[in-house]
Design a protein around this ligand. Structure first.
Ligand code: NAD
Length: 284
């Protein structure tokens, strides 16, 4: 594997090794994207079973974007399942993309802080939690930045580089440099609930959900948004983001979803959107 990495130029690159924690919708796709762009990636989750679907999605992405079978096979060598997190200590960039829960994220960062390579980028993909709250548990809170990717990762170029009050230009510059190195478009934003995009996007999506709860047709609403020029309607977007993630982000923005709503009912029934096969829509 190391020979083929050398051939692909990953060894010589500034950000040669990336470690992603959380192999769900976002972590899996971020890992695959980085591997597509030539980085050697290790992908961690709590068990191997949760990593496998991400590797499959990675393979599908490589087949779509790369010309030959040889290139696809080489890209697969760059995307390695790592349930024990062995990649942390040698990574140049560590991206956390586990569930949107403050305590889980804090526990992960305090568990790995002592293993990090000096100068490695330490990033969270949180969609809404203020960075300072995640960073405050670290010995060196200045290390942590936000690298907020958007779903679907392979299609959306934007990455919000989130700056906390602890950060200096050095960490932020490195984060933006990494985003550029993987072919994304970084925008530096201050840490605030929902940052920039979700702060604007979530009220739009929740407004649409409220209309559906009031009896409006979701198909009609989504079609209207598309006719208006949006790439997809807000209800389909909520299904794509994941209803559990949407609920957590809404809570962080002070717009908690009422417990008696259809939305909350879908979440407690495990109907979380595309990733589970059903949300507001059926996907299978
Ligand atoms: P997801 O539920 O699809 O995946 C989360 C993964 O984290 C699961 O596979 C789970 O097993 C794993 N996990 C949980 N605890 C872990 C631990 N201790 N160690 C390792 N893995 C662990 O969620 P997602 O949609 O990929 O969201 C992940 C993060 O990305 C969240 O912070 C979310 O807010 C953010 N985000 C989501 C979207 C989106 O559209 N879904 C967009 C941008 C950012």
């Amino acid at each position: 594997a190391s020979e083929s990495l050398k051939k692909q130029g990953a060894k010589g690159a500034k950000f040669a090794r990336v470690h992603v924690i959380g192999a769900g919708v976002m972590g899996g796709d971020i890992a695959a994207w980085c591997a597509l762009r030539g980085m050697a990636v290790t992908l961690q989750d709590i068990e191997m079973e949760r990593i496998k679907p991400a590797l499959e999605r990675g393979k599908a992405l490589f087949k779509k974007r790369l010309k030959s079978k040889r290139e696809v096979d080489t890209a697969m060598l760059r995307l390695e399942a790592d349930p024990k997190g062995k990649g942390v200590a040698r990574a140049d960039v560590i991206i956390e993309a586990v569930v949107e829960k403050l305590e889980v994220k804090q526990a992960i960062f305090s568990g790995i802080e002592d293993q990090l390579k000096p100068g490695a980028i330490l990033a969270t993909n949180t969609s809404s939690i203020e960075l300072e709250r995640i960073a405050e548990g670290l010995k060196d809170p200045a290390r942590l930045i936000g690298l907020h990717f958007f779903n679907p990762v392979a299609q959306l170029p934007l990455v919000e580089v989130i700056r906390s009050t602890f950060n200096s230009d050095a960490e932020i510059g490195k984060g933006a440099g990494f985003a550029l190195a993987i072919g994304k478009s970084p925008v530096v934003v201050k840490s605030a609930p929902g940052f920039l995009v979700n702060r604007v996007l979530m009220p739009y999506m929740l407004g649409a959900v409220k209309r559906v709860e009031a009896g409006e047709s979701k198909e009609l609403l989504d079609a209207a948004a598309v006719a208006f020029g949006m790439p997809m309607g807000p209800i389909e977007l909520m299904d794509t983001v994941g209803l559990d993630v949407g609920q957590s982000v809404a809570r962080e923005l002070g717009q908690a979803v009422p417990a008696e709503s259809k939305f909350a009912g879908l979440v407690s029934a495990g109907k979380l959107g595309r990733k589970t096969g059903e949300g507001f829509y059926k996907w299978v």
